[in-house]
Every structure is written in C-alpha cells, then in structure tokens.
Design a protein around this ligand. Structure first.
Ligand SMILES: Cc1cc2nc3c(=O)[nH]c(=O)nc-3n(C[C@H](O)[C@H](O)[C@H](O)COP(=O)(O)OP(=O)(O)OC[C@H]3O[C@@H](n4cnc5c(N)ncnc54)[C@H](O)[C@@H]3O)c2cc1C
Length: 433
C-alpha cells in the first residue's frame, strides 16, 4: 500500500543534493599546524572560517563526513527570526534588557543573512517570500492575532493577520483557522547556500577536510592537538560547530545539547496550476502545533517540501515518509495520489533553555550551537560573530555571550526523555490544546 506512495526514482536522501551534490574533496592529511581548527563544516563552521580566513588566520575545517553532510544541506530552507522563547519568558529569567537584546539578535540574524547573500552575490535561490504561520485551532488563532497587536515596544516586526475566511489567498486548504503573515521571512536552497559558503571559505584560504573525523582534542602547550585518522593537527584555538551531531569528542557540550531528528520529504513535480493553487504566494509555511509542520514549494515552484516530527523514536526516512505524506494530505487532500521523490532526516540540536549558545569551555575550546531547529540564519550569523570574537573585533559581541549553558542531572547526551515528551506533545495536538 505505502510502496505506491514512492516515485519510481525515489531516493532516501535530500532533494537538495540533486542540484547541490556533496562535494568530493581530496583526502589530504591535515596541515601540521594552524591558527584555528574548526570541527564541523556546516553553516556555523564555514561562517566562522570565512571570517577568520579573511582576517588573516590560517584555518582548517574538519568534518567527519562530506562537507555540509549535517543539517546544513538537509534543512527546509526556511529563514526567519528564529529565537524560540518569547520576550516575556526571557524577561522573567534574564531581565528586560537582556531579553530585549536576545530577541533582537533573531531579527539581526535575519537581516544579516539577507545582506550577506546580496553582498557576496550568492546564488542560492534566496527569495524574500514571507511566511504564513497558520493556526491549528481557534484558540491558537486568537493567541497569534493577540501577539501581533501586542508586540513588545522596540521589537515590533511587520506582521499581519489572515482570518480563516480569507486564508485561501495564502493556502489552498481549509485545514487551518487563519494565521499570520511575516513578510520579512525568506526561503533559500540549503545545498546551494552551503556550497557557496564552502567556496567562499576556500577562496579566503581555509583548508577544508572532509571524511576526516576529529577523534580527540587535547591541550598541548599554549594550544591544542587534534587527532584524526589522517594525522594530527596542532591548533592555537579550536571551535566546535557540531550542533545536532555533537558526540563523545566533547562530553561537556554533549551534556548540553539534545539531538532530535527532523524528518522531511519532497514530492514528485506537481502540475504548475496545482502548485500555484496550494501555495499561491510561494511563501514558506509553518503551523502552531507543538509538533510543528513546516513546508514550502521547491525553488522551481514544482514540488512540495514538507517536514516535521512523525516518530517517537528516531526512524528510517523510508518509514517516516508515508507518515509525513499522511499529514501533508490532511492539509492538502488534493495530494493524496502525489508520490514522494525524496525522504531524508537530520539531527537538530535543542538546548534546555531553547536558546543557541556560543562561548568558551573551561579548557578554552570555543563552541557555537543549539539553534533548536532554526539554524539557517542563526548558524551563519553566530558563526560569523564567533569568528569576529576570535579576531578581537568588537562587532563580534552578542547578547548571548556569557549566558549559562545549562544541562540537567543524569543527562549525558542520550535523550531518554524524548519519546515521552513527543508523545505528550502529540496528544496535546490531537486534543487540539
Ligand atoms: C530536516 C531539517 C529541516 C530543517 N529546516 C530548517 C529550516 O527550514 N530553517 C532553519 O533555520 N533551520 C532548519 N533546520 C536546522 C538547520 O539546518 C541547522 O540548525 C543548521 O544547519 C545547523 O548548522 P551547523 O553548521 O551548526 O551544524 P550541521 O550543519 O549539522 O553540521 C555539523 C557537522 O559536524 C560534523 N561533526 C560532528 N562530529 C564531528 C567530529 N568529531 N569531527 C568532525 N566533524 C564532526 C558533522 O558531520 C556535521 O557535518 C532543519 C534541520 C533539519 C534536519
């Protein structure tokens, strides 16, 4: 039954890799020495590398897999302001000033990435299409509408409310109870964006080593020694940019990030008229459910790229694909017979306070991670800021500097509580609360 949902040329890999295949880099040995070694070649690591290499530092970026193999070539390509906690929640914990500046960083990141792509002339299908954030029930609609009219002073963003009666102008579906448009949000092609960052880092002189896992980092002299299967590397500074793939290499960080699989499918090409009817304004879409679904048209406007969390435990993308298809057709019944061409997943990194964190471990290793599922703008922006900090530039300072990076007793990096949390959220969504 479900086999018929898969296109004949179905692939268990990201749709984005069709136009942006993962690059094959020469299997060179790491340089004997460098100024800064960066672990992880996603947006965060490469953004830091670009800044540092342009600042005259000798930089080596190492990835255990192909360059950009992590979330940075797997995501939905939706770009927003991305800071999860509300101003009120942040204010209660950190006071008004810090709360204001943290929320502002999300806006800064969105503005920054648009400017960066324009300034660098990056060809990545960047489109400022706006977001339709849809309400999954009447109460959620009321909350969204109230939040638009009561935005904290100085943090107002352009937003307008769409009622249930008028939502057909935004989505070819009767599933939702209206929603809110955020015109500043955007879309890009994640794989092309990553390849462009990679090219910029290489042009600036950074050495990129793929399929070269860092197995150990030890303090040595006034720097660090990194051990890899292709030889050792001596670095004055180290940045860990492993986000949802943070592992045993860095136990302190592993205790502070919660890896969660996010699952996503692409459909086979749709008739242009159908695609236009379903998502008439080519916006990126998300909804107010606890287990959020996020979707959009592909860069050519032909496919739906539909993501969300559909399993209590991590599973194979071939298993998650029919479940995502089921949720997609609840929103768009017209897609019942549309087949899936690609299904894939990646590990995002949540944190206990749902904020990203950048800083320095007690042993001097720098880190930047924890975007809680929204790292396209945040990873690029904070990676750049961390690079600037290492160069001693004042513009590298951020509102998140010095924020305590929390863990929990008995948590060592294996999120044993995840299935229960997801089951609880799923129940809340099903009960419509
Ligand atoms: C399905 C999906 C959809 C998403 N959709 C969106 C979206 O629409 N919008 C948005 O803003 N965000 C989205 N995200 C999140 C976003 O993609 C990430 O937050 C962002 O890409 C993180 O970038 P990064 O560079 O920090 O980490 P990653 O790109 O994950 O890179 C980390 C790298 O570290 C490497 N690594 C780990 N350990 C080692 C080691 N020991 N040695 C060497 N290398 C190592 C890994 O191989 C990996 O390549 C999505 C994520 C997924 C999975």
């Amino acid at each position: 039954m479900t086999e018929s949902l898969f296109a004949a040329d179905y692939k268990n890999q990201p749709y984005w890799w069709e136009a942006a295949p993962r690059p094959e880099l020469p299997a060179n040995a790491p340089p004997a020495k460098c100024d800064v070694a960066i672990v992880g070649s996603g947006y965060t690591g490469l953004a830091a590398a670009i800044e540092l290499a342009r600042g005259g530092r000798h930089v080596a970026v190492l990835d255990a897999e192909d360059a950009g193999w992590g979330c940075s070539s797997r995501n939905g390509g939706q770009v927003g302001t991305s800071i999860k906690p509300s101003f009120e929640d942040l204010k209660a914990l950190h006071g008004e000033d810090v709360a204001f500046r943290i929320r502002r960083e999300g806006q800064n990141a969105l503005a920054w990435i648009g400017d960066f792509i324009e300034r660098e002339k990056i060809d990545c299908d960047w489109q400022k299409v706006g977001r339709f954030h849809a309400a999954h029930n009447a109460a959620a609609y009321e909350t969204l509408a109230r939040d638009v009219t009561n935005q904290p002073k100085g943090l107002e963003v352009e937003a307008f409310v769409v009622t249930r009666e008028s939502q057909r102008a935004e989505i070819g579906s009767a599933f939702y109870h209206g929603g809110v448009i955020y015109p500043a949000h955007a879309s890009l092609h994640p794989g092309k964006y990553h390849l462009a960052l990679l090219a910029r880092a290489q042009e600036a002189g950074a050495t990129i080593l793929s399929r070269c896992p860092v197995m150990a980092i030890q303090r040595e002299g006034d720097g660090f020694r990194l051990t890899t299967p292709r030889g050792n590397l001596q670095a004055r500074e180290v940045i860990v940019a492993t986000n949802g793939y943070t592992g045993k290499l860095t136990p302190w960080l592993r205790r502070r990030v919660i890896p969660i699989g996010s699952y996503i499918i692409a459909t086979e090409p749709l008739e242009p008229a159908l695609a236009k009817r379903l998502i008439p304004n080519n916006r990126v879409l998300s909804d107010s459910r606890k287990l959020v679904f996020y979707y959009r048209l592909s860069e050519d406007g032909r496919r739906i790229v539909f993501g969300g969390r559909v399993a209590l435990k991590e599973t194979d993308p071939k298993v998650s694909a029919p479940r995502l298809h089921h949720h997609m057709t609840r929103i768009f019944p017209e897609l019942a017979a549309t087949r899936i061409s690609h299904s894939w997943m990646g590990f995002v990194a949540y944190t206990f306070d749902t904020l990203p964190h950048l800083g320095r471990q007690a042993d001097g290793i720098h880190y930047c991670m924890g975007y809680c599922g929204s790292g396209v703008s945040l990873g690029s922006y904070f990676g750049t800021r961390l690079g600037q900090q290492l160069l001693g530039k004042p513009e590298g300072r951020t509102a998140l500097d010095g924020l305590m990076f929390q863990t929990r007793p008995f948590y060592t990096g294996d999120p044993w509580f995840l299935a229960a949390t997801i089951a609880y959220y799923k129940l809340r969504d099903r009960l419509n609360i």
